[in-house]
Design a binder for this molecule. Sequence first.
Ligand code: NAD
Length: 523
Amino acid sequence: MAPSVPPSARRSRLDALASRVETTGDRPTLAVESPYDARTLGSVPACAPDDVESAFARAREAKAEWADRPLGDRIAVFDRFHDRLLDEKADVLDLAQAETGKSRLDAHEELVDVADTARYYANHAAEYLASRRRSGAVLLLTRTVEHRHPVGVVGVISPWNYPITLAVSDAIPALLAGNAAVLKPDEATPFTALRLAELLVESGLPADLLPVVTGRGPELGETVVAESDHVCFTGSTEVGRTVAENAGRHLTGCSLELGGKNPLLVLADADVDAAARGAARGCFANAGQLCISAERVYVDSSVREAFLDAFVREARRLSLGASYDYDADIGSLASEAQLEKVQSHVEDAREKGATVLTGGRRRPDVGPYAYEPTVLTGVTPEMTLSGEETFGPVAAVYEASGIADAVERANEGPYGLTASVWSADTARAEQAAARIEAGSVSINDAYAAAWASLDAPMGGTGDSGLGRRHGEEGMVRFTEAQTVATQRGGPIVRPEGVPRRLWAGLMEANARVLKWLTSLTRR
Ligand code: NAD
């Protein structure tokens, strides 16, 4: 039976959140469904491109004053946001669960991630945004400084699967760097985004600095990109290509975090039980609707049987449920479209000869879109799920004959988002990681070790994206670098009376001295 909707996700509260969306005229509405019972939770305006332009204009105006504020004042907003988010967590978690059907623990993982992101960038903003002395053109005579200025207004287009993390974790460094941002959340999860924007305003962010525009991606996307000074897109590879094409036309910087078909490698010396527990987390967290979840598991032949036994046991132990409490490991899939995709991938594999070791069933007793954690063997290249991202709780387990074979097969396919390697010998695992073509690799952990290392860049290679979030790169992408070089003792031109040949010799001498001097500090 569907859980009763908590007060924070009831109609009157949702209507109040929807009223935060500013439109320039009357707009039709867009219904938001709860996956717990397929009923309408509430609705938001289906904004038009005009509304997007107006949101960018307001944001641009608000940015001027915000960028002039001392950095310490901007940081204070995010320190307060960190605490408010944790204090007010219940209603954010309720909203994210109501909109996606995920378990409370999965929603909580996102919420803590956003608090950690706010803390990380608040602690590092001064360092990453500081002006830096650079080596000058002429020894002793050129004083060169690199400054970082905000780019302007950053567009954020986010998906439904992690509506807390992916709505604001790019906006946080963008805003701290002195930009405004306009957020276009997925059609399915606008209320979580609106509540997060409201929490930021309650923490002291100027109201127009982060407008939220709700509506359909294909109708608004082009205007968001056209108006942005940098656009952050998280979502499918297909739409990511469209965003990148539009960004190219406008010469707008863009960062794209896209799909994946992530491998998990269990080497011969791995602790099989730990690897199985980790694989269950890596494959089934958030019902597998996680860009960094694992869908391909390569197990060394020597431990294949032991691993499969343990993995199936772990998959069966996961509790499936629909509740606004912490009593289920896994929630529902987020929509009928998700359920159909997962079912069609598993049925296709079954029909073409794969073996379903556990799962492979809908669970209507839990909810209309609930689906069991599923483990498959015997998956072959002609099966859709062998190469295509399922984005559901479905893992295919393959046998590998040693590390080289596992790494080679991990590198198959167009994606390169993340990977996981399990081994008792961490040096060997690190060597294997270096040969895996993926933006991040977690060793003896499913994905959290790399993702939650906020100090290090996170993103994908190949069809998994462009650019990186997290770390210094995750903030400086929202700045324009400006070089200011001050020349002393006259301009760099041949002084009158100095013969050209002598001048050429002096330039060359400068080059030689610089080479010698700088080689002393070469690392
Ligand atoms: P999607 O690409 O359909 O939608 C993502 C966002 O793009 C939504 O806000 C949507 O409204 C908007 N959009 C749709 N059409 C658009 C257009 N033409 N122009 C601009 N914006 C448009 O993604 P989805 O299928 O809802 O999300 C699942 C996908 O996202 C999966 O492939 C998953 O791997 C990926 N994802 C990646 C990451 C990551 O960090 N790499 C994180 C989460 C999800």
